[in-house]
Design a protein around this ligand. Sequence first.
Ligand code: ME8
Length: 662
Amino acid sequence: MSRVYFTTPIYYVNAEPHIGHLYTTVLADTLKRFHKLMGDDVYFLTGTDEHGEKIAEVAARQGITPQELVDRVSGVFEGTWKQIGLDNDDFIRTTSVRHKQYVQEILQRVKDSGDIYFGEYKGLYCVGCERHMNLSELVDGKCPDHQVAPKEVKEENYFFRMGKYQQLLVDHIEKNPTWIRPERFRNEVLAFLKAPLDDLCISRPKTRLTWGIDLPFDDRFVTYVWFDALLNYPSALKRTKDGRDLFERYWPHCNHLIAKDILKTHAIYWPTMLMAAGLPLFKQIDVHGYWLSGETKMAKSLGNVVRPLAFDKRFEKEGGIESLRYFFFREMKFGQDAGFTYELFVERYNSDLANGLGNLLSRVASIAKKNLGGVVPGRRHTFGERESKVEEFAREVVERYPAYFEERQFHTAIEEIRKLLAVGDGYINDQEPWRLARDEAKRTDLERVLYTGLEVVRLAAILLSPIMPRKCAEILAFLGETRPLDGSIPFAELAAWGELRAGHGLGEVIPTFPRIDEKRLKDIAPANAEPGEPGGGAGSPTRQDLKPPKPEITIDDFGKIDLRVGVVRAAGEVEGARKLLRLEVDLGESKPRQIFAGIRAAYPDPSVLVGRRVVVVANLKPRQMKFGLSQGMVLAGHDENDTRLGTAMFVDGDLKPGDAVT
Ligand code: ME8
């Protein structure tokens, strides 16, 4: 039995989870389920990263305290994972006492060993990344991930002697070729380490930022958020479970799962911190690529995200997140970027789940229902050459399957399972059980064929169970396979050919994966699209539903409307108003105007609007509403019934608050 400790990044709580966060968390969940299936001892941690400038800034913009913000959003993350049924063993918050104490303990230890010193920092800082940047990392003067120019900072701070550990780190990477996977990320880190490694600034003066963990040796400073956050991985293990010390048990088996955005912090800052603290290094980092929306990374700061729970609801009948989990592993080659669109999701769902797995199951089960009274037949001894071929193919797939998971070749594992299903399907087509059913003398043949078909489905469901745990459990229960998938029965036994239990009564045959009508995509996706979400916005070229144009006006009529550029300074929900957002919009006047806009449905996370330039009707007579005075109107798009989501218009270019729009 081997042991593994999987971690996801702990997510920033400046905005709510989207399917990028879901992917890494589902990855950990899937790997945990896979290892349990293999009989291994496995532990899975996720959580939230709650300190730092970014969080403090968002809280200030929303007019709430950082604590209020982090409590709310951390709750959304934890609640989302729970609702989806993820099997994490712990959820760490960096504002928890257990974590803070650990961070202070390590800081003191590193300080005592002489690896922390006081000095001055001067350079560039990207708040989005929460790290200092070199000029060479910028593209057109901006951080490539956040599209924002980093700010210049100069201040006295504490530094960690990171540079001291450079050679040790290079040696470790060279000696352990699979420590960072896939290889191209290992090469990237080694290339970065060719240049001298600077020391790391690990504090922030409280005169500028108070939202952080106090340095134990100087309370005029708080800890830099990455020095705090990375320590979550061991801090969460500083407890016992069933009387056993979790740190001792799991730390040496730690396997970090991250996307490439945080490779540098995990592959450089983190191991050098561990070395300085005298702690063993983690065992492995697996790095995945980005989920893209169009050409760009799906990111909360770019406002082009898909929300897990909204997705789950939208495709509830079709398995919701379970089907998305399948799509994740089918579509993303580990380490490379992959695109998410609803069209692609529906295409893969229909071809693989509705037509593939779902169809084979319902086809075979329906014939068994109709002709065998719904009882799983048992005719192993009559297996012929055709069945042996199917059996042999299945055995090979089962044999290769664990290695694909170990190597993170999920898409290949899925490809193999699809092949197995195709072999099963081809076998059924060739054997034509519906024809056999017409001839009483062929009853044994019919039983043999149906048994084989159902056995293929059982095996596919076992192999897919780490990826779609709930749906596969449903399929397996339907087939009478109720043995636990938690390692208590050896995998080799569960996945051996011929383990399908004869005599089980099949329940009612209902489609496990009903087909999604593509027309529904047209109706649903654009209507509920979030800003920038794939499928959103674009209208069809020949619309029949356009309103008739309003009567013509003269340019003088139009000139009466004072349109101005406004910058959204704050955006929040309005209690008791389902459709409204309360915006504070800067028009270059002495103070921002309060405007209530009916665009809430389009912005489930209103903070994405903050900092964006919108068009405001500045001379609209102020309107006293139940919630307060609305001083203008933000232009937004909506359909004739106001049922579609409105999207505020944004202004590009170098315009300032108050500039005219004509
Ligand atoms: O970086 N595609 O938090 P974060 C794939 N708090 N994965 C994505 C993704 C996308 N489009 N968007 C987000 C932080 N992710 C730090 C981590 S760890 C000690 C501190 C996932 O909220 C992916 O796992 O910005 C990525 O690494 C992580 O979310 C970044 O989350």
